[in-house]
Design a protein around this ligand. Structure first.
Ligand SMILES: [Zn+2]
Length: 449
């Protein structure tokens, strides 16, 4: 071995050891960290890291599973650009969860059971402020560019382009043009890529059931999925370069995430994301970049949720978040290592019968810690079932431990019930007449006259 090679090897070893030490420390702190209490307000995020003049770009990639990205440990090199961005510039949240319908929850920082919006064709009440509305009132120019069918309320955006099934490069082109055109304004832009969606990768519906798909086909579609991820990765790289070329990279918050994951055979389904709350669906990647972040490349092991994105953006921009937001600013986790966010909750509800009567409703709610997950089902007859999984030993959630781990079962059931009663309180408070303080808040945001 020559000297140069030895030097590189030594350097690689040093980087590896340093990474190990950092990971160990993060685990240590996260294990010893106390849970961040939802009910206690915490405004300790340091002013130095904030950026009131920043733009905001939210990039959602449809059906993107974190475990198919290099920065989340995937063995294939599907995402070199996202990996580099996460490692050198961003902050990576290793345990981010989604709730359905995720787009509405993400943009309003609320759970479906709070707003009553469970279905994709439902929309949020005017009394539920969204991040878009809040930023617009603050003078942001707002845009939405997507290849999806139906997403957030188009009336909230100054420009709304939804080109059904457009390829990633068309979305990127439109986005680059939009940014170029609006670079002198303070803007919020939401970009949604569809290339990783099963429809885009061409999986026929009948192949989504385990009995209809062969191992060869699984291999082919998995490769196509990974190729689609690489493709979107290069599109995102192009956009980040564009921000640098226009000299606004240092003045822009960039968030990369997904609206949900994808079934990959863990529970008899392939390349679909219907109505389950398995980790294959509710876990999503989340990478946050903001110019003044104190710890670039940091990996946060605490659990976070998509509803935490809007409060974090408000926090960085120094905008007061509305009382309706149920998420928490992630800056707390970035700055402090002695706290973790505790449980995450996901919900799904669907009408399985006659939509006109709406009385055939199937509800699923999950409560998840880093190690444990409970899924609660209510069927059409009102029958209830609780399942409990140990995510550490059984990441595919195949062994229901509800009858075995009695202590854990009791603990999580109690937490879930407490959370469900909170949700009910919130719904009834939405129906009740507004109190003066809320009215005042809504007036100051421009929602009420
Ligand atoms: Zn989707």
């Amino acid at each position: 071995m020559n000297k140069k090679k030895r030097k590189i090897k030594k350097k690689k070893l040093a980087v590896f050891l340093l990474a190990l030490v950092i990971i160990f420390l993060v685990i240590l702190f996260s294990q010893s960290g106390k849970n961040f209490d939802n009910r206690v307000s915490f405004d300790g995020a340091s002013e130095d890291y904030k950026c009131p003049d920043c733009n905001v770009i939210l990039i959602t990639v449809d059906a993107l599973r974190p475990d198919h990205l290099g920065c989340y440990g995937y063995e294939r090199n599907t995402s070199p650009n996202i990996d580099k961005f996460a490692k050198e510039e961003g902050i990576l949240f290793s345990q981010a969860s989604w709730t359905c319908p995720s787009i509405h929850s993400l943009i309003s920082s609320t759970y479906p059971s709070t707003t009553g919006v469970y279905l994709w064709d439902q929309s949020l009440s005017d009394l539920t402020p969204t991040l878009t509305q809040i930023l617009k009132k603050k003078g942001f120019y707002t845009g939405f560019i997507s290849a999806h069918g139906g997403l957030p309320d188009r009336n909230e955006f100054d420009t709304f382009e939804d080109v059904f099934d457009a390829k990633g490069e068309d979305i990127t082109k439109k986005t680059a043009l939009w940014i170029e055109k609006n670079q002198n304004k303070q803007f919020f832009l939401w970009v949604h890529y569809m290339d990783t969606h099963d429809r885009s990768i061409g999986v026929p519906i009948e192949k989504q059931f385990i009995e209809n798909i062969t191992p060869e086909e699984i291999k082919i579609y998995s490769s196509k999925y990974d190729e689609a991820i690489s493709y979107v990765d290069s599109q995102i790289a192009y956009l980040l370069e564009e921000l640098k070329d226009l000299m606004i990279y240092n003045n822009t918050i960039v968030i990369i995430t997904a609206d949900h994951g994808e079934e990959m055979g863990e529970h008899s389904m392939y390349f679909t994301h219907g109505g389950s709350l398995w980790d294959s669906l509710i876990r999503v990647p989340l990478i946050f970049y903001y110019p003044n972040a104190p710890h670039k490349g940091k990996v946060i092991l605490s659990q976070v949720q998509l509803i935490d994105i809007a409060p974090t953006v408000c926090d960085i921009l120094k905008i007061k978040k509305p009382k309706s937001f149920e998420g928490k600013s992630l800056l707390h986790l970035v700055e402090r290592e002695d706290i973790s966010f505790g449980y995450s909750f996901s919900e799904h509800q669907e009408n399985q019968g006659d939509l006109s009567t709406g009385d055939w409703i199937y509800t699923k709610i999950s409560i998840r810690s880093v190690e444990w997950k409970m899924i609660y089902y209510v069927d059409k007859q009102g029958g209830k079932e609780y399942q409990l999984y140990n995510l550490k030993n059984d990441p595919q959630e195949l062994n229901n431990l509800a009858d075995i781990e009695k202590g854990q079962f009791k603990l999580m059931k109690a937490e879930l019930e407490e959370w469900m009663s909170r949700a009910k309180e919130n719904i009834s408070s939405l129906i009740k007449p507004l109190d003066e303080e809320t009215k005042e808040e809504l007036r100051s945001l421009g929602y009420l006259q």
